[in-house]
Write a protein that binds this ligand. Structure first.
Ligand SMILES: CC(C)(COP(=O)(O)OP(=O)(O)OC[C@H]1O[C@@H](n2cnc3c(N)ncnc32)[C@H](O)[C@@H]1OP(=O)(O)O)[C@@H](O)C(=O)NCCC(=O)NCCS
Length: 175
């Protein structure tokens, strides 16, 4: 995907100072979402576990320039990787960038990454399934997951702190 000489790249969070700044900025945004998600500090704490991995999309000048620290993240996805499967903890696209295909791009990259299982990933084998929970009322996210062929496997009653139910979705990594 590109426009005016820039392209959107899928990056792995490796705790560089520019990435810490990017995470701080975007986590401030997702805290304002209805239902919200973890604070910057909570994400940093979770990332201390080697199984928790963070990816993001950033627009940069193609093809050689590295992402600059001021380039805002356009989307992010946080996962917890187990020996055979992974849990999607959160996916987020900046509000002004929604309905432009970035959620789809993130999901495609994520499934590809899980199938390839890069050597630096704990666990040592390609993952078989992706699981996630989503609020019953979150129609955009549910539509996104269903468009990827994810299927509902159960309902977790009162899963969220405000009492809302969660739908549990899963999909084989390789169809
Ligand atoms: C859910 C979210 C990540 C989708 O990102 P996005 O970039 O807008 O999604 P895309 O543009 O890639 O859309 C891909 C598909 O998802 C579905 N979809 C996305 N937003 C939708 C909406 N508002 N209404 C209906 N379907 C929607 C559609 O099937 C869409 O395909 P289409 O455009 O061909 O119709 C985004 O709305 C978001 O960040 N929401 C807030 C955070 C959140 O709720 N995360 C999920 C927590 S479990």
């Amino acid at each position: 995907m590109s426009d005016s000489g820039r392209s959107v790249t899928f990056e792995i969070y490796r705790k560089t100072p520019a990435q810490v700044a990017g995470l701080r900025e975007i986590s401030g945004l997702w805290r304002k979402e209805p239902g919200g998600f973890w604070s910057f500090d909570q994400v940093i704490e979770a990332l201390q576990r080697p199984s928790v991995r963070l990816f993001y999309l950033v627009s940069r000048v193609a093809p050689v320039a590295p992402a600059a620290s001021q380039d805002p993240w356009q989307a992010a996805v946080l996962i917890d990787v187990g020996p055979y499967s992974a849990d999607l903890l959160y996916i987020y696209v900046r509000p002004e960038m929604r309905r432009a295909g970035l959620g789809r791009v993130m999901m495609e990259h994520l499934f590809d990454w899980l199938a390839r299982n890069p050597g630096d990933q704990p666990g040592g084998a390609p993952k078989e399934e992706l699981f996630l929970e989503v609020r019953l009322s979150n129609q955009p996210a549910i539509a996104l997951y269903e468009s990827f062929g994810m299927t509902r496997v159960s309902v977790r009653k009162g899963y969220y702190s405000d009492g809302e139910d969660a739908l549990v979705f899963k999909r084989k990594v390789k169809f």
